[in-house]
Design a protein around this ligand. Structure first.
Ligand code: PMP
Length: 407
């Protein structure tokens, strides 16, 4: 990949922060946006704005075509069997809530179990805990090793005939650990359970093929993969989605609402619209389509290899620095471009504030993954995370600052 050419596509990278060129290392929180995505959104509002699916006038037809084209692009991008398996949501959080509410309220009861790991983002824990309180099922947790990797033996041993769904992040947003979700999905299916993966940190950074992984659900967010905020995706296997009751009711998700005698009879629309109540973020979906075009043109293997190269380089440099502790596995073949660390003498927020003075954007806190921080025995951590436009020169500058602080 020609990184200098890529950087030209991202206007925000020309910004100065505190008088210094911006170095954006907070990509796990959200990515920056190229002109093509910004232009797709502007173009939609300037020339094609109309509500989708509902009218026969030209603007509505154009908007519908652009919207549904994005669904097709996303379907191809993750190798779904059909665009009908792609449901637009507000993001990963809403996608997981959709499954938790639809599946939980419909089919899970007091004899059932949901299995999650302790490395999850809160959005893959809290929805399950909320529904478990209403429906009386049990939420079980698979352990995580001290280096942040999944304890596979423990997780597998907790999958039983009572398990109805296993929920696991594909890549941890704290450590960058890549989980072998294909292998877990096989064990889940052998026991009659479904498999949901949180792809918020995998889909933007690597080739994800839902048919190869054989997962039942995959949730991800547009804003972490060059797209706009407010739009995300739930992929669901047709067979699983067909059995589920809609999470939200309203316009667009019904086939028929009629009154017979004294009661209302409602039938659901076809997939995927059955799960898309109300007017969606049309511009956002079109922007996400442009983001997918950008990533496809780069090639996801190239994206992954570039980030791997940066992670390897940064890890080797940071290991030589005094007063810095790195967390996560030492085997880099198991991880993506996310580096959690602590700087001796500084809290994570102090670390992020200090780097901000130098124009470097880092994340600090517990990154919505408090249980994992408990396991790592950390109140919080600082986090650098890379994407397609980051360079080794930026990492050199980052290391230079750490060395200045150490001296
Ligand atoms: N899961 C993981 C692994 C994440 O990193 C994030 C975002 N930090 C989420 C879920 C939630 O994503 P969103 O806020 O876009 O819904």
């Amino acid at each position: 990949m020609n990184i200098q050419a890529i950087r030209q596509d991202f206007p925000i990278l020309n910004r100065q922060i505190n008088g210094k060129p911006l170095i954006y290392f907070d990509n796990a929180a959200t990515s920056q946006k190229p002109y093509s995505v910004i232009d797709a959104i502007t173009n939609y509002y300037q020339y094609h704005n109309g509500n989708i699916h509902r009218a026969i006038h030209t603007l509505s037809s154009e908007a519908t075509e652009l919207f549904e084209k994005s669904r097709e692009k996303i379907s191809k991008f993750i190798n779904a069997k059909s665009p009908n398996e792609i449901i637009f949501t507000r993001g990963t959080t809403e996608a997981i809530n959709l499954v938790a509410y639809s599946l939980g309220c419909d089919t899970l009861g007091s004899d059932d179990e949901v299995l999650i790991s302790l490395m999850e983002h809160h959005s893959n824990i809290v929805p399950w805990e909320i529904i478990a309180k209403c429906r009386g099922f049990t939420v079980k947790y698979g352990h995580v090793n001290k280096d942040g990797t999944l304890d596979y033996q423990d997780f597998m041993s907790k999958i039983t005939k009572k398990t109805k769904i296993c929920c696991l992040s594909h890549v941890s947003n704290v450590t960058g650990v890549i989980n072998d979700v294909k292998c877990i999905a096989k064990v889940a299916h052998d026991n009659g359970a479904l498999m949901l993966i949180d792809g918020a940190q995998s889909v933007p950074h690597m080739k994800v093929d839902v048919q190869d992984l054989n997962v039942d659900f995959l949730a991800f967010s547009g804003h972490k993969m060059l797209g706009p905020t407010g739009v995300g995706v739930l992929y669901g296997k047709k067979e699983a989605l067909q059995k589920m009751t809609p999470f939200q009711g309203g316009g667009e998700m019904i086939k028929d609402v009629s009154f017979s005698a004294d009661h209302c009879v409602v039938s659901w629309n076809e997939l995927p619209w059955k799960f898309e109540a109300g007017t969606p973020d049309i511009a956002g979906v079109i922007g996400l389509g442009a983001a997918i075009d950008y990533l496809v043109a780069l090639g996801m293997d190239n994206v992954f290899n570039h980030e791997k190269d940066l992670t390897q380089y940064a890890t080797e440099c940071l290991k030589k620095c005094r007063d810095i502790t790195l967390y996560g596995p030492t085997d880099l073949s198991q991880k993506c471009g996310i580096l959690p660390f602590c700087l001796r003498g500084f809290s994570s927020h102090e670390t992020a504030a200090l780097f901000n003075e130098y124009g470097i954007a880092l994340r600090s806190g517990y990154h919505c993954a408090q249980p994992l921080h408990q396991i790592l025995n950390l109140p919080s951590s600082a986090r650098a995370s890379f994407y397609i436009y980051n360079t080794k020169a930026e990492i050199d500058r980052f290391i230079e600052i750490i060395e200045e602080l150490n001296s």
